[in-house]
Design a binder for this molecule. Structure first.
Ligand SMILES: [Zn+2]
Length: 150
């Protein structure tokens, strides 16, 4: 993995900039890298982790949709900060997992809200995704993914 530098805001891409501001407000350190791989050596789009109490996000420059990857990793911070220490974004293999689906669900919602000019209310999004209705959406998505893979 090669470290390319810190993520930066004020890019002029509204989706990226709003997400970047949310990440900064949460005190997360975020880096752009290339050649990001999981512990099995497979290429991945991004990762979120906690190290010495500090949250860190890395985004791979070759990620097919860097906005969605950034939104997904922000989702791990918002949704999973209190339940785990590490999550890697593998678009194929880890898709059957609740944690990954929740972050992806969050990511799609966040991108859509920003594109529609809505405010990004992270607490409200967390409550919605963790609600019984939100969990039902996650379970349905997992079931469909499993069916497709079978
Ligand atoms: Zn993830």
């Amino acid at each position: 993995m090669e470290l390319l530098g810190k993520l930066e805001g004020n890019t002029g891409d509204i989706v990226w900039d709003v997400l970047f501001n949310a990440i900064q407000e949460r005190g997360i350190e975020a880096y752009l890298v290339s050649g990001l791989r999981n512990n099995k050596g497979k290429k991945i789009n991004g990762a979120w982790t906690k190290y010495n109490g500090k949250e860190i996000i890395v985004i791979d420059i070759e990620s097919p949709d860097v906005n969605l990857t950034l939104a997904h990793e922000l989702g791990h911070s918002v949704l999973h900060r209190d339940e785990m220490d590490f999550a890697a974004y593998d678009h194929e293999e880890e898709y059957h997992d609740r944690i990954e689906w929740e972050a992806t669900f969050f990511g799609h919602c966040a991108v859509k809200l920003i594109k529609n000019g809505k405010e990004l209310d992270l607490d409200a999004m967390r409550s919605a995704i963790k609600s019984p209705e939100g969990q039902k959406v996650t379970e349905t998505a997992i079931a469909e993914a499993k069916e497709k893979a079978a």
